[in-house]
Write a protein that binds this ligand. Structure first.
Ligand SMILES: CSC[C@H]1O[C@H](OP(=O)(O)O)[C@H](O)[C@@H]1O
Length: 348
C-alpha cells in the first residue's frame, strides 16, 4: 500500500509542504507555507486538517515562527515567537492535538538561549512529532486490526486516514493494517456533510489503496445498520476527555445507532488526542460559517436570510464507545484517563 505523506518540512522552501486537501479528489496539489499567516489560513481552510496532522502542523508552525520572527533583542524575538505560537494554537479550538503539538515545541524553544539553537531545537522537535505520529498510526493499526474479523464491513465517518495524520491514518490505519494482514474488509464511507471529508478524502485514499469502499449519505448509515449490513463502526477523534469523544459532527448519531443495533463502535486515536485537563462540558465545539452549508460550487442551497447551525464537531459520551484503539493498545471504557496518560508501556 502506498504510504501517503501529508505534510513535511522542506528546508529548500524554508517552510512546510503539504497536500492541499481542499482540492481532492479532483486535484492532487502540493502547497507550501513560509509564514505564520499562511499556515493559519491553511489550517482554518482545512487545507491541512485532521487532529494528528494538526499536531504535526502545530509543531512545524513553531519551528517556522522560530525562523521568521525577528526582534532587536533575543527577548523581543522570543516574545514574537511565543505570540505566533499562541495564534497557531488558537486557529482551531476543538482538536487538542494542535495545542499539544505547539506546546511540545514551545517547551523546547523556551530552553534555547539564542536564535541559532532555537531554530535547531524547534525543527528537531517538530520532526520528532511527525515521526512519532507515523509510528503511533502503525501501532494503532496493528492493535485495531485484531478487532476486525475477516470479511467484515466497516462504517467510517469523515476522514481519519493518512490525510488526517502525518501518514497511514488512525481509523483508516486500522483498516489498512487489517487488509495488510490478509483480512477482507469492505468500507462504507459516510460522505460527511458539509465538507465531505468522507466522500472526497476517505474514498480517494481507499480507492488508491485498492480497498473496497462505497460512499453513502450520512443519513443512509442508520438504514444500513438496521439492515445488518454493518459489522463495526470505526472513527477518529479530535479530543478524548475522560467522559466523551469529540469528533466530526455526525459521530454521535452513528454511536447512538450502533448502540441500538448492538454494533461495535470503535475510536482510533493516539494518546496525544487524550485530554485529562477538561471534561466534556468544558470543551469548545468549533462553529463554522454559513457558506459551507449554503453554497456548493455555484449553487445556493439555502434561501437568503435563512440562518444555519454549522457545528464542526459533536461529542459522544463514553458509554456509547466500545473501545478506543491507541498506540499502546485497546482501552475499553470506563477507564481512568489520568492513570492511562501517566502510565508508560502497553495498556493492560
Ligand atoms: C485522525 S482524526 C481526524 C479527525 O479530524 C477531522 O476533523 P476535521 O476534518 O475538521 O479536521 C474529523 O473529526 C476526523 O475524525
Amino acid at each position: 500500500m502506498k504510504e501517503t505523506k501529508t505534510l513535511w518540512w522542506d528546508e529548500s522552501l524554508g517552510g512546510i509542504r503539504y497536500i492541499d486537501q481542499t482540492l481532492l479528489p479532483t486535484e492532487y496539489a502540493i502547497a507550501g507555507c513560509t509564514d505564520i499567516d499562511q499556515l493559519i489560513t491553511a489550517i482554518q481552510r482545512l487545507e491541512i486538517r485532521g487532529a494528528p496532522a494538526l499536531g504535526v502542523a502545530g509543531g512545524y508552525g513553531v519551528a517556522l515562527a522560530a525562523r521568521t520572527c525577528t526582534g532587536p533583542s533575543f527577548d523581543d524575538y522570543a516574545r514574537a515567537v511565543l505570540r505566533a505560537a499562541d495564534r497557531i494554537r488558537e486557529s482551531r479550538p476543538t482538536a487538542v492535538n494542535l495545542s499539544w503539538g505547539v506546546d511540545r515545541v514551545v517547551a523546547r524553544f523556551l530552553a534555547a538561549n539564542d536564535e541559532t539553537s532555537a531554530k535547531t531545537v524547534t525543527l528537531a522537535e517538530a520532526e520528532s512529532i511527525a515521526a512519532d505520529d507515523t509510528r503511533c498510526c502503525h501501532a494503532i493499526g496493528e492493535h485495531g486490526a485484531a478487532l476486525l474479523p475477516d470479511q467484515c464491513t466497516v462504517l467510517t465517518h469523515c476522514n481519519a486516514g493518512a490525510l488526517a495524520c502525518s501518514s497511514w491514518g488512525t481509523a483508516l490505519g486500522v483498516i489498512r493494517s487489517a487488509v495488510a494482514a490478509g483480512k477482507q474488509v469492505k468500507v462504507i464511507a459516510c460522505e460527511t456533510r458539509p465538507l465531505l471529508q468522507g466522500a472526497r478524502l476517505t474514498a480517494w485514499e481507499l480507492a488508491r489503496d485498492g480497498i473496497d469502499v462505497t460512499v453513502i449519505t450520512d443519513s443512509t448509515a442508520a438504514h444500513m445498520m438496521r439492515s445488518g449490513a454493518i459489522d463495526a463502526v470505526i472513527v477518529g477523534a479530535d479530543r478524548i476527555t475522560g467522559d466523551a469523544v469529540f469528533n466530526k459532527i455526525g459521530t454521535y448519531m452513528h454511536a447512538v445507532c450502533a448502540k441500538h443495533h448492538v454494533i461495535p463502535f470503535y475510536v482510533a486515536a493516539p494518546l496525544s488526542t487524550f485530554d485529562a485537563t477538561r471534561k466534556e462540558s468544558e470543551v469548545t465545539i468549533e462553529e463554522r460559517g454559513r457558506g459551507e452549508l449554503a453554497v456548493v460550487g455555484n449553487r445556493t442551497l439555502i434561501p437568503e436570510g435563512v440562518p444555519v447551525k454549522n457545528y464542526a464537531f459533536d461529542s459522544t459520551p463514553m458509554d456509547l464507545v466500545s473501545a478506543i484503539v491507541t498506540e499502546q493498545g485497546v482501552v475499553r471504557p470506563p477507564f481512568d484517563i489520568g492513570a492511562l496518560l501517566s502510565r508508560s508501556g502497553p495498556v493492560p
